[in-house]
Design a protein around this ligand. Structure first.
Ligand code: ADP
Ligand code: MG
Length: 701
């Protein structure tokens, strides 16, 4: 086969032509022979199974029925004529309908002879019809039952309206096989094929489009999914290698006085094993000659802050500055105060920079940064402004990555001649294999252990009607000296309504929990920063018992005495958000609770989310459910990784294949990092072909 054959524009395929080419392109993105070849069926129909008319249930099902046409008539309509056949079997009757080719059907269709009809059914009231069925005389059908499983290709309304039916697609693909004699270039090495017992490429393609039997179909699917994921992994791993070799890092070769002093004299608790392991991983990176880009995953409350601090001390020990960036002002404040406490008695100069830092203070701060007097700068994205210049930024830490984009990360890179080491911390865990696959450009560390002595949070789901009981519970907890969060949703699209809910809720809570017995704080996004801080501070100091808030408190806030998290309209929150919110409690020694309040009207997804929250506290388990519910599209990084454009594999459902693909891609590159070995030629050329438009070598700019 001519190697460029698959790049031939689809218009040149026999049976296509300019009109169909246009539709294939606009509806399915099929522009070349190769695109068509990789347009895979999304399901298969068992052609050995026949329905009875009385068994038909829903519109839209593809069915195959044996029966006879007993009557044929033309019906005049405003929009034109249609041909209608009455089709019967021994259980009932239905209609077959044609809008096109009526003359041909009229002349060729035989009455009272058994046919097998195949097509998609529509339901009208209690009767069924099938537009444009595929028909075959039963006799012929039985004689030549070649296709046991009929592939069903994804379709659109426009496609079927323009006559590009499933059958047509199948025909076009047949034509491709005919022109190539079914020979397609192999893309995996002989070694991989035999080690994994994979079908050869041509056989896999044949069986994905024209399966001979179930077993071969399954093998074809496995082979093609594996191949697809294997190449994505190769690309991600290559990106990483390119980065490691091209980007020189700032050497942090000393573990110095500050790090040791802190470790020996100031650490308020023993580190968990997970924390120790992660610090070691980061230290290895920092000591190597390459720039670090590391993602630190750890469930809420797993203790990422102390890890961040110890890394910053390493930077300072090596005469570099460090910064810590948080997504909200409240959180930046909290980090600043928390770090200040931890660093008491050590001579480290640290400052806070947020949107509300006064101008005079700012000017001073800028100077201190530039002349190197400041060791640590904590702040919000105010840190990213061009005016903020460091003398020698060595380490940038970003907390809660999902609020920041790739663009912001790259802004940080430019704060120094050599890019600083970057540590991204996130409490939105995603399954590890998936993480490794998505963030090919980041190394990953995981804190998979909570500090000792935490009592698991008890989570319950309550309906709004039970509110009085919930209020009583709050009172009991406050009596015990605890503090309570009550959180309202704030969704951008319904902002005005949401604020009304929040204020209504606040009023009724203020009535129920009145002064002087109760003090209430309220925090929401429309307040001035200083008012927010003031309210937050009162709650942190324990002067107020109840904090009514929107999700501004979602990330990071740490009030160990707070033991109850009440989430209003919990059905409106996503799973990861619910989990984040719940993570605000359970930080002290007391038993903590999370109460999910909802109305009675719940969608199935909402029910699953609530049940999951009640069932488990495990962030990784929750992340898996979330992924299944929402798909990977919302996860950070998926857009860039190319994992969303997969043609056959599904990174969630095919997680096992993904693991295998990653493993084998790693082995492959370990043995032949530049793909120079002649044995690996097939992979090399397939790779070049796949990523021909993808300038990965210019990836770092
Ligand atoms: P997160 O990972 O959510 O940012 P934090 O760093 O805020 O978690 O830590 C949560 C709480 O756990 C803090 O109060 C912190 O002081 C405490 N903590 C962290 N590590 C340990 C540990 N090894 N032992 C005991 N408490 C710890
Ligand atoms: Mg945190």
């Amino acid at each position: 086969m001519n190697p460029n054959f698959l790049q031939t524009p689809i218009v040149y395929l026999k049976g296509v032509g300019p009109n169909r080419a246009e539709i294939l392109k606009s509806e399915l993105g099929i522009e070349s022979f190769g695109d068509l070849l990789q347009f895979y069926p999304n399901r298969y129909l068992d052609k050995t199974h026949y329905y009875k008319i009385a068994q038909l249930k829903d519109s839209g099902a593809d069915v195959q029925i044996v029966g006879k046409v007993i009557h044929l008539k033309t019906v005049e309509q405003k929009r034109g004529k249609r041909l209608v056949a009455t089709f019967v079997d021994d259980t009932g009757q239905m209609e077959l309908v044609w809008f096109r080719s009526q003359k041909w059907i009229r002349e060729n269709l035989k009455l009272n002879v058994p046919y097998v009809v195949f097509g998609r059914i529509n339901k009208y009231g209690s009767s069924f019809s099938m537009p444009h069925p595929e028909m075959e005389l039963l006799e012929a059908h039985q004689a030549g039952l070649k296709v046991v499983m009929q592939p069903i290709y994804p379709s659109t309304e426009k496609l079927s309206n323009s006559g590009i039916t499933n059958k047509v697609i199948s025909k076009l693909i047949q034509q491709l096989f005919f022109e190539t004699k079914g020979n397609f270039a192999e893309t995996l090495t002989q070694h991989l094929l035999s080690e994994l017992k994979l079908l050869p490429k041509s056989e896999a393609l044949l069986n994905i489009h024209f399966p001979k039997n179930q077993e071969l179909l399954a093998k074809a699917q496995y082979r093609l999914k594996f191949e697809e994921l294997f190449f994505v992994q190769l690309q991600l791993l290559n990106k990483k290698t390119v980065r490691k070799h091209k980007i020189k890092g700032l050497p942090f070769d000393q573990v110095g006085a500050l790090f040791n002093d802190f470790f020996q004299n100031h650490l308020p608790f023993d580190l968990t094993n997970a924390q120790k392991r992660v610090i070691k991983e980061i230290r290895n990176d920092l000591g190597s000659s390459a720039q670090m880009n590391r993602l630190l995953q750890g469930d809420v409350g797993s203790g990422k802050t102390i890890v961040a601090l110890m890394c910053m001390l390493l930077a300072i020990d090596n005469d570099f500055q460090a910064c810590l960036m948080a997504p909200t002002e409240i959180l930046a404040n909290q980090h600043f105060n928390g770090l200040k406490d931890l660093l008491q008695g050590m001579s480290i100069k640290m400052a806070l920079l947020t949107g509300s830092t006064k101008k005079s203070e700012r000017t001073f701060l800028h100077n201190q940064l530039e002349n190197g007097n400041l060791n640590i700068l904590v702040g919000t994205h105010a840190l990213l402004e061009d005016k903020v210049q460091f003398k020698n930024l060595g380490l940038a830490i970003i907390d809660e990555q999902h609020r920041f984009g790739v663009a912001q990360r790259s802004k940080l890179w430019k704060k120094n001649d050599l890019p600083p080491h970057i540590l991204v911390m996130t409490a939105t865990p995603i399954p590890r294999t998936l993480a490794m696959s998505l963030y090919g450009d980041l190394d990953i560390s995981v804190i998979d252990e909570l500090p000792p002595g935490r009592k698991p949070i008890k989570t319950v789901h309550r309906y709004d009607a039970n509110r009085l009981k919930v209020f009583r519970f709050i009172k009991d907890e406050v009596k015990k000296g605890r503090q309570i969060y009550i959180v309202y949703p704030l969704i951008q699209e319904s902002e005005a309504l949401d604020y009304k809910d929040l204020m209504d809720g606040y009023e009724s809570i203020a009535r129920e929990f009145s002064l002087p017995d109760y003090q209430i704080s309220i925090v929401h996004g429309k307040m001035k920063a200083e008012d927010k801080d003031y309210e937050m501070e009162r709650f942190v100091r324990g002067e107020t018992q109840i904090m009514v808030a929107t999700t501004v408190i979602e990330v990071g806030v740490n009030v160990p005495n707070a033991s109850v998290m009440i989430i209003e309209s919990a059905e409106r929150f996503g799973l990861s958000q619910l989990h984040q919110l719940r993570g605000r409690v359970g930080r002290g020694a007391e038993q903590s609770y999370c109460i999910l309040m909802t109305s009675h009207k719940l969608s199935n997804d909402a029910k699953t989310r609530l049940e999951t929250m009640v069932r488990t506290n495990d962030g990784f388990e929750i992340a898996e459910v979330d992924l299944k519910l929402r798909g990977p599209g919302d996860l950070m990084g998926t857009q860039q990784s190319g994992l969303l454009n997969l043609k056959i594999a599904d990174i969630v459902k095919d997680n096992q294949i993904l693991k295998a693909a990653r493993y084998h891609a790693l082995q492959f590159l370990k043995k032949d990092p530049k793909m120079e070995n002649p044995e690996n030629n097939v992979v090399r050329s397939a790779y070049a072909e796949l990523f021909r438009d993808n300038a990965i070598w210019g990836y770092i700019s």
